[in-house]
Design a protein around this ligand. Sequence first.
Ligand SMILES: Nc1ncnc2c1ncn2[C@@H]1O[C@H](COP(=O)(O)OP(=O)(O)OP(=O)(O)O)[C@@H](O)[C@H]1O
Ligand SMILES: O=P(O)(O)OC[C@H]1O[C@H](OP(=O)(O)OP(=O)(O)O)[C@H](O)[C@@H]1O
Length: 236
Amino acid sequence: MPAPLHARRAAGKRAGTMSQPLIIAVPKGRILAEALPLLAAAGIQPEAAFSDENSRALRFATDDPEIELIRVRAFDVATFVAHGAAQLGIVGSDVLAEFGYSELYAPVDLGIGHCRISVAEPADMAASDDPRGWSHVRVATKYPHITSAYFAKRGVQAECVKLNGAMELAPTLGLAPRIVDLVSSGRTLSENGLVEVEVIAHVTSRLVVNRAAMKTRGRVVPLVEGIRRAVAERAA
Ligand SMILES: Nc1ncnc2c1ncn2[C@@H]1O[C@H](COP(=O)(O)OP(=O)(O)OP(=O)(O)O)[C@@H](O)[C@H]1O
Ligand SMILES: O=P(O)(O)OC[C@H]1O[C@H](OP(=O)(O)OP(=O)(O)O)[C@H](O)[C@@H]1O
């Protein structure tokens, strides 16, 4: 088994043989399984430890000595790349819209992680509710910025209760009568007695790049083009 990456990097640094790698931030959750074949098609194959469920490492070598992967929470991918801690990343357009980082450039729609961000409420409430009559709403959500901006555009004041998951519990427990959350099959909503009343935006995952790194790191543009080609070839 090879030595852990941090030990190899330290040895390379001492010997003066290791340059600064390009770092790609990938999300831990559901997008990962769809993203890995795209990275592989673009020639980026992580070391075995990346798929080892027992590994607690967060930073991994790939078969390209100049490229490493870090595995972080979906919401943190945007932050790592925007601050230049990673040069590229894979992230949902929901996260991009929530943060609105100007340092991020999103050149490729990867066509994975399809879902939508929607307003939902209890089915019995929806039966007699008219969204056109709303002037103030209280909403439980992981997306307070998207929610406030969406309602502000319609002249509706949104009071957001920030949660990090299980938004669907909020209406029945009296935390907020409505939620804004991601919907894909609709199963989570229906199993919790909720219905989708408005779609705010459709979501897919994007390749994101730190704007400064795009100009200063020579490998970034060819990498972006390699991933763009992998997406086009998969679609063909
Ligand atoms: N049901 C879904 N169907 C398709 N894509 C989804 C779905 N839910 C989330 N996504 C996409 O996957 C991204 C990551 O979601 P995921 O549920 O894996 O992480 P999370 O639970 O939000 O993250 P964490 O566990 O780090 O808080 C979202 O930002 C969105 O772009
Ligand atoms: O319409 P569906 O296909 O049921 O998918 C929607 C669910 O998927 C996401 O949650 P996730 O499973 O990622 O769990 P989370 O609450 O930890 O984010 C989202 O927050 C919904 O709860």
